[in-house]
Design a protein around this ligand. Structure first.
Ligand code: 0RQ
Length: 501
């Protein structure tokens, strides 16, 4: 049976190529999608083809592209390869888009994910011309059933002048009832408190709304989400997970955490996924999660019975796990809720619930300033994503990484971070396979000693201590956060010239 049961919208069904004709050079185009799920699969390719034809004729064709978060080769990839994106926000992780940003061809506004919808509402990014939103079904009354992500879809549907819908029947029809779309958003000074008192509380509607008169095209697809495999947990990520779990036990013993912990948030990446896998083997019971992304590790935790419920905005699964989830979707109903990213990442909710935030990092400096986004200060990897939304407002925040990258050529603990996403005022606990540094309540020099002794790889530890001691000696009137400025970034410079820190 067709997934488009609204007569008024069904009449608008066209091919992706016809739909793409509604998107023109210079426009602002917002698409659904969050960490490789729920993004439109067909229209972006047709837009890229239009751009290619225009470029071959010597004409301009570039759009501003907004999404929920990262998407996939069929969206970010094709548009970047066609050089069709002038500006991108708020988050990406696609190799072709990353190259386009790092070469200076595409401007990138790397934004906290909870900020993107409200800043669009405030008008900070300009008028939105077209929204392209993937859904699982259109109901007879025109309401939309989202699929594997909600992200910013609600905001894009509300703000855009024109709407293109993609209805993808790869998403199980059983997704109906998995979503909570908050419609109480207002602009200051009319804002009201968000009445979310526990992770699974419903505060919105199960459906997305769209003004049918704005819908210019509906496209039918049947295509899977991106679904990338995760690296199997190696010895290092198991060691990181085990330090973290020991610390949680210690906090329960000290009565700073209840036995069922507080709601968990786990970021993107292999290490964060491995930590969730390790919790599945632990003694903890009755866990909950208030997070943005559900990776394989979190579904394993649900299956093990340890995790009772998860509030998020999207899935980010391996292909096998996605197929399994789609087959058994009914068994997860009532235990998973997908919200708008404005709510999954809302500072007010995160602080009230007391979330335990676990996010990956590229590097930390000796004082605990954390870089989540850049290599050697200049080249973006992905973006800050939700790590700032969660870390800043969490009850406890962890930043996790191997102590070295690129087979030991790079130390993840450096004298000075080459880019700072999370300042030393925000970061609480740093974990590597070497150990865990609990920085809560410590002043800078004590933080530095703890990070060096607990987290740095032994190959780099003595040089870090030597830097710290010389920095203290060199700054008789600057002993609060001592640095030797001419040397602070010399490790990165050395890596760039010799290939080794
Ligand atoms: O590159 O695969 O080419 O070797 O970075 O590193 O160790 O596999 O770690 O997959 O956990 O990702 C910070 C990128 C970590 C991720 C980051 C290289 C390393 C490898 C990946 P290769 P690992 P992970 C909520 C939270 C920001 C967004 C966020 C991230 C690659 O966690 O994007 O937290 N975070 N969102 O070799 C140079 C270093 C390096 C380095 C690692 N010091 N220098 N390269 N790498 N350390 C979710 C969302 O917001 C959507």
């Amino acid at each position: 049976m067709s997934r488009i049961t609204c007569p008024e919208l069904s009449k608008k069904t066209v091919t992706a190529e016809e739909a793409a004709r509604h998107i023109d050079n210079g426009q602002r185009v917002a698409m659904s999608g969050f960490t490789g799920s729920g993004y439109p699969k067909a229209v972006p390719g047709a837009v890229a083809a239009r751009a290619q034809v225009a470029h071959d004729r010597g004409e301009d064709f570039r759009v501003e592209l907004w999404t929920g978060a990262s998407t996939a080769p069929e969206l970010d990839g094709v548009l970047a390869e066609a050089n069709a994106v002038s500006k991108r926000l708020p988050f990406q992780s696609d190799p072709a888009m990353r190259a386009s940003i790092n070469s200076g061809d595409t401007a990138y506004v790397d934004t906290h994910l909870s900020h993107s919808a409200q800043q669009a509402w405030f008008g900070f990014y300009g008028n939105l011309d077209v929204a392209v939103v993937e859904v699982a079904a259109i109901l007879p009354n025109g309401l939309l059933v989202p699929g594997s992500s909600v992200g910013n879809s609600k905001t894009w549907l509300d703000l855009a002048d024109k709407v293109i819908l993609e209805v993808n029947d790869w998403h199980p029809r059983g997704y109906e009832g998995f979503h909570d779309v908050y419609y109480g958003t207002r602009r200051p000074p009319e804002r009201l408190p968000i009445q979310l008192l526990e992770p699974m509380q419903r505060i919105g509607d199960p459906y997305l709304r769209v003004d049918p008169s704005k819908v210019v095209a509906v496209v039918e697809t049947n295509a899977p989400d991106r679904n990338l495999p995760f690296k199997p947990a190696d010895e290092d990520s198991k060691a990181i997970a085990s330090h973290l779990v020991d610390f949680l036990r210690h906090e329960i013993a000290a009565e700073r955490l209840p036995p069922e912990l507080l709601p968990l948030q786990s970021g993107v990446g292999n290490v964060a996924n491995a930590v969730m896998g390790n919790l599945a083997d632990s003694e903890f019971e009755g866990l909950t999660a208030y997070t943005e992304v559900i990776q394989d590790g979190m579904l394993d935790l649900i299956d093990s019975g340890k995790l009772t419920s998860v509030s998020a905005t999207a899935f980010s699964l391996s292909a096998e796990r996605a197929a399994d989830f789609n087959d058994r979707i009914e068994s997860y109903k009532g235990r998973i809720l997908l919200r708008t990213q404005e709510m999954s990442n809302h500072p007010e909710a995160i602080r009230r619930l007391g979330v335990i935030a676990i996010n990956g990092m590229v590097e930390s400096d000796i004082y605990g300033n954390v870089n989540s986004t850049h290599v050697t200060g200049s080249s973006i990897i992905n973006g800050i994503g939700g790590s700032g939304d969660f870390a800043r407002n969490a009850y406890l925040n962890f930043f996790v990484s191997n102590s070295q990258a690129k087979a030991g050529a790079i130390s993840a603990i450096v004298p000075f971070a080459s880019h700072i996403d999370h300042t030393e005022h925000d970061t609480q606990i740093i974990v590597t396979e070497q150990g865990l540094a609990d920085l809560r309540g410590l002043p800078p020099v004590a933080r530095a000693r703890k990070i060096i002794d607990s987290c740095a790889h032994p190959d780099y530890r003595d040089r870090l201590t030597d830097y710290l001691e010389r920095a203290i000696a060199a700054n008789p009137t600057g002993r609060h956060t001592p640095h030797i400025l001419a040397e602070a970034l010399s490790w990165h410079e050395k890596f760039m010239t010799t290939g080794h820190m």
